[in-house]
Design a protein around this ligand. Structure first.
Ligand code: ADP
Length: 343
């Protein structure tokens, strides 16, 4: 191996060295993985076919100044994008590719998220603006209409507040995802407290809420506020989607050995006998703003973020979330949380 070959192989990016006659002098294994095996001694256009990339290489060789281009590849059916940097070297050009697909995907997700949030906020905001105009115009002095409109406005403002609260929770949980919770908390006591707190909500929805909790404390390493929120989101959903006349059962049980967690776990199960969920939706339910029926979710005061928050809380606790459901058969949301820190 010549020095130049050894140097190219040592570059931790796909890299090729192009001579002043635009023939490939050397290429490393990463370049071969991205571009297919380049033919050493062959013209660079046989390996890098994209006109922008070839123009950048040619410009760098001609002017002796660095240049950049974007290479669009196809990596196992997925779009792969690379920044190509051309650096003049000894009359030729050193070409390095850096994979920016992940950064582009993150960027797209961020844009989609902002678009979704704006859309969610715009709906109540439009309603509020409309009612304010009506109250200042046609309904001025009409006490009955004012009362009715103010009640709707209060609901819309509450919806905006819930959305902002859920967004803040989501961002907090995401920010802490890598910090494992340290406190030792009794999952049974937390679930019991949430069941009691939601008793009135269940009663108002005409849903029977019952629980089966262990007599002895069931300690797990956890974040008490987040576990309270997890229980609240799952039980509220079961009450909301379980429907009038429904039954919601909450249980906490220890499991000596959970196969996926490879150790003892505490299992929280929230089961309803509502309409159930078509299996095609199940894998996407924990995505932000994913709803099966947006209209129904909004009518129930949902923000579309509840299960996304649950997913992040479970993940911070290194647990597992399983959703079992079939249409017409109700749903069970089962969370397994490790009872001890992994070694
Ligand atoms: P939302 O605020 O809309 O309730 P979530 O993230 O909590 O948002 O839930 C996402 C979607 O999952 C809901 O819109 C609903 O379609 C579905 N879903 C959640 N829990 C249940 C349940 N217990 N039964 C049926 N569908 C459910």
């Amino acid at each position: 191996m010549t020095d130049i070959d050894a140097l190219i192989q040592a570059i931790p990016l796909p890299a090729l060295l192009i001579g002043r006659d635009l023939r490939i002098l050397a290429a490393n294994a990463d370049a071969a993985a991205v571009l297919g095996a380049p033919s050493i001694g062959g013209h660079v256009a046989m390996t890098l076919r994209q006109p922008d990339v070839l123009d950048a290489i040619e410009a760098c060789r001609r002017t002796g100044a660095p240049s950049q281009a974007r290479h669009r590849g196809d990596d196992a059916g997925q779009d792969a994008n690379y920044d190509v940097s051309c650096t003049p070297l000894d009359g030729g050009v050193l070409v390095c590719l850096s994979d920016i697909s992940r950064a582009m995907q993150t960027d797209r997700m961020r844009r989609e998220f902002v678009a979704n949030v704006s859309h969610e906020l715009r709906t109540p905001l439009t309603a509020l603006t409309g009612f304010i105009e009506t109250l200042r115009g046609p309904a001025r002095g009409d006490v009955a209409a004012s009362d009715r409109f103010l009640a709707i406005m209060q609901d819309e403002a509450a919806r905006m507040e819930r959305l902002v609260q859920d967004l803040l929770s989501l961002s907090r949980v995401e920010g802490q995802e890598r910090q494992r919770p340290k406190k030792s908390v009794d999952l049974g006591a937390i679930a019991g407290a949430v069941v009691s707190a939601l008793g009135a909500v269940a009663e108002a929805a005409e849903v029977t809420l019952s629980s089966d909790l262990p007599d002895a404390p069931l300690y797990i390493p956890g974040d008490p506020d987040q576990l309270r929120q997890l229980c609240t989101n799952l039980i509220e959903n079961a009450v909301k989607y379980g429907g009038q006349g429904g039954r919601v059962e909450v249980s906490v049980t220890p499991e000596a050995h959970h196969p996926a967690l490879r150790g003892p776990a505490a299992i929280l199960s929230v089961r309803d006998n509502g309409a159930g969920i078509d299996p095609i939706h199940i894998p996407r339910l924990t995505e932000r703003f994913y709803r099966i029926d947006s209209h129904r979710s909004r009518q129930m005061g949902g923000t579309g973020l509840g299960l996304a928050i649950v997913k992040h809380i479970v993940s911070r606790h290194r647990g597992r979330l399983a959703i079992h459901s079939a249409l017409g058969e109700g749903s069970e949301f089962r969370v397994a949380l490790p009872m001890a820190d992994a070694p």
